[in-house]
Design a protein. Structure first.
Length: 328
């Protein structure tokens, strides 16, 4: 594990144990700052090692969550050692020849790797889980999505800051954010990733380009708006999908209710639909509020929530690794 000390790395450790992944030896690689620290995994006390090229010798699999620059730095050493890297950063996602995989959507792509498999962006993973079963029945023409992204997407420090700043505001203070560009306490703001020449931010274009690649639809019309909201953990998305022909709402509900990786939550009598608290710490992406777009008879609207750290990152990476295991 490369980047084992971060929020995603810690979730990966938990999932390896929960899912009984067949580990012979686990090496925890981290920065020089974290080297020497210890953690308990599966009843063993493990020590974080500083990453070096020799650390990859004899390794079959590298789960990387230390950021794009670190993954790029060690890619050659990992591949030269004969290992496969499942990378959680954006470094290789759009590179030709590197599979971008959501196991419930395009599992076969993982087997066409050349040493690196990319884990998609969190919002893309959650979205494609819901799009895939619908697109398998009727071709999609256009996707419009707005995201409501929690503090967890910016890391553990952002989550801690949201707690601290919220307390401070309740105490009558006007604190300044040090982790995020603006305070999330009782506030929200457009995603702060760099703006691109087309005036979309980097996060929005990740969704556009990654969804097209995963779904095998390079010309799919797609637009996104990404927003950071004062929620500790779990992202939400409002999705509008236009198909080539009308899609009956009940048929869509029936498909999403049984699709792998999804749960359906629809209780219109009590106006109860998916919330971030429904998915925090859980594997499924929960979808609901499925309805026909009243402005376009070929379009459906729905809402989904998913744990950004779990299915949006660590769980998806573990599931990719499971695809590589030899058949029992």
């Amino acid at each position: 594990m490369l980047g084992a000390s971060g929020a995603v790395g810690q979730e990966l450790l938990q999932l390896l144990e929960e899912r009984r992944f067949p580990v012979g030896e686990l090496r925890l690689l981290a920065s020089a700052r974290s080297a020497g620290q210890t953690c308990v995994w599966n009843g063993q006390s493990l020590t974080f090692q500083e990453v070096t090229a020799s650390a990859f010798e004899g390794v079959d699999l590298v789960l990387a969550s230390a950021g794009g620059s670190v993954s790029k730095m060690w890619r050659q050493a990992i591949v030269a050692a004969g290992a496969v890297m499942v990378d959680n950063s954006s470094a290789f996602r759009m590179e030709d020849g590197v599979p971008l995989v959501v196991p419930e959507v395009n599992p076969d792509a993982a087997l066409a790797h050349s040493g690196v498999i990319a884990n998609p962006n969190c919002t893309t993973i959650l979205l494609t889980l819901a799009l895939a079963p619908l697109a398998a029945q009727r071709p999609m023409q256009r996707v419009v999505v707005s995201t409501y992204q929690s503090a967890s997407g910016a890391g553990a420090r952002a989550m801690d800051e949201l707690k601290d700043l919220s307390r401070a505001v309740l105490d009558g203070e006007t604190p300044k954010s040090e982790v995020l560009p603006h305070s999330l306490a009782f506030n929200l703001f457009l995603h702060n990733s760099p703006l691109q020449p087309n005036s979309y931010c980097e996060e929005e274009m990740k969704m556009v380009n990654e969804t097209r690649k995963i779904m095998g639809l390079p010309d799919l019309r797609f637009t996104a708006t990404c927003v950071r909201v004062p929620v500790l953990r779990a992202h939400s998305e409002a999705v509008n999908v236009e198909f080539t022909e009308p899609f009956p709402v009940q048929e869509a509900r029936d498909l999403l209710a049984v699709a792998p990786g999804l749960e359906l939550l629809e209780d219109p009598i009590n106006n109860r639909f998916p919330m971030p608290t429904d998915v925090t710490g859980r594997d499924p992406v929960v979808v609901g509020r499925i309805r026909q777009d009243i402005s376009e008879d070929k379009a459906l609207e729905f809402w989904l929530c998913g744990d950004q750290i779990r299915k949006g990152a660590a769980l998806n990476a573990i599931q990719i690794a499971e695809l590589l295991l030899p058949a029992a």
